[in-house]
Design a protein around this ligand. Structure first.
Ligand SMILES: Cc1cc2nc3c(=O)[nH]c(=O)nc-3n(C[C@H](O)[C@H](O)[C@H](O)COP(=O)(O)O)c2cc1C
Length: 325
């Protein structure tokens, strides 16, 4: 399949793997890229430019296909060394960066000068247009269903994607709730040029996370996520567990008085314990409603091949058949 996204990133299939904290290591990124999609290493998980440079080198040993690096901009008291991380990306010969969170303007000049293509992930039409206006090459439009931070507007992809298509000139991918061939065909029908998946890629053989995380995703339904940190305007969609229930109780009890320090135990530093050690109740971890569509743990190649076969079958047979009828 050829779309503006496969052309832009020089990949075989219009399927991206979004950056994921303590999931998007070289093992997953290379497996997605080797399967014809675009794998993405999560820059901030590595933390320092030196560690990111090593991870990029490790990924390059595992694939000769294009892969990207995610740079997430979060409010932080001790901001990461973004210029150093950008230098590691450029020196490592990476040609694609997924930015997310705040406006990525500060890193664009250095990335553009090095010929790096930038896809900015955002959750609204207005932020997508801003990304287009500052020179991003593409946008990943993340709907309310998504795992992680859906923003504060709560617009699901049935509305958000066609709205983005109405306004944007640059290519965009649909993100949030994407799982299979049906998702891809729907995304294309809405005007997107491909799709980005987060949660679905965690339940793959190559994702370097504890087996219990994959089992939790297979066991979960579409009813098992919760939104946390809304009172802090830092909403995150996470898998429900006892820590999340505790967190929500605190949010209810404290109301507008809630401060980050009140919930630090449930959210700070929990990712390595969950993703690497499989301590599933350690705290809140991002997970999309799409968990309800995850029923197995295939390899990335099996997953991507299956998505492409299902999408083509849907387009050529079911949809074309309906038109002929
Ligand atoms: C466990 C997990 C961690 C994530 N970490 C990040 C991150 O560090 N930076 C980022 O830009 N997006 C992050 N995301 C969001 C994904 O890149 C992607 O946008 C989202 O998962 C898409 O929705 P889906 O889960 O419904 O596919 C994370 C998502 C998950 C599930």
């Amino acid at each position: 399949m050829k779309t503006r996204i496969t052309e832009l990133f020089e990949i075989e299939h219009p399927i991206l793997q979004g950056g994921m904290h303590f999931v998007g290591f070289a093992e997953l990124a290379s497996a997605v890229s080797n399967a014809g999609g675009l794998g993405i290493i999560t820059g901030l998980t590595l933390g320092t430019p030196e560690k990111l440079a090593k991870e990029i080198a490790r990924c390059r040993e595992m694939t000769d296909k294009p892969f990207g690096v995610n740079l997430t901009f979060l409010p932080s008291l001790t901001p990461p060394d973004y210029p150093g991380l950008v230098k590691a990306i450029v020196d490592g010969g990476v040609k694609i960066v997924e930015t997310a969170g705040r406006n990525p303007e500060q890193v664009l000049p250095a990335l553009k000068a090095a010929g790096v293509k930038v896809i900015h992930k955002c959750t609204s039409v207005r932020h997508s247009l801003k990304a287009q206006s500052i020179g991003c090459d593409a946008v990943s439009v993340d709907g309310f269903e998504c795992g992680g931070h859906p923003g504060e507007d709560d617009v699901p992809n049935f509305i958000l994607l066609p709205r983005a298509a109405e306004e944007l000139k640059i290519p965009f991918v649909a993100s949030g709730g994407m799982a299979d061939g049906r998702s891809l065909v729907a995304a294309l029908a809405f005007g997107a040029d491909g799709m980005n998946m987060g949660t679905r890629f965690i339940a793959t053989k190559e994702a370097p996370v504890h087996q219990r995380v994959k089992e939790a995703l297979v066991a979960a339904t579409e009813l098992d996520t919760r939104l946390v940190m809304r009172p802090l305007r830092n909403t995150e969609r996470v898998m429900r567990n006892p820590a999340v229930d505790r967190l929500l109780e605190k949010e209810k009890a404290l109301g507008a008085k809630l401060q980050f320090s009140d919930i630090i135990e449930e959210v700070a530093g929990v990712y390595p314990r969950i993703m690497l050690e499989g301590d599933m109740d350690a705290g809140a971890w991002s997970c999309g409603m799409v968990a309800g569509l995850i029923h197995d743990v295939p390899t990335c190649k099996e997953l991507i091949d299956r998505i492409m076969a299902e999408a083509e079958q849907l387009i050529h047979q079911r949809l074309a058949g309906l038109c002929r009828a």
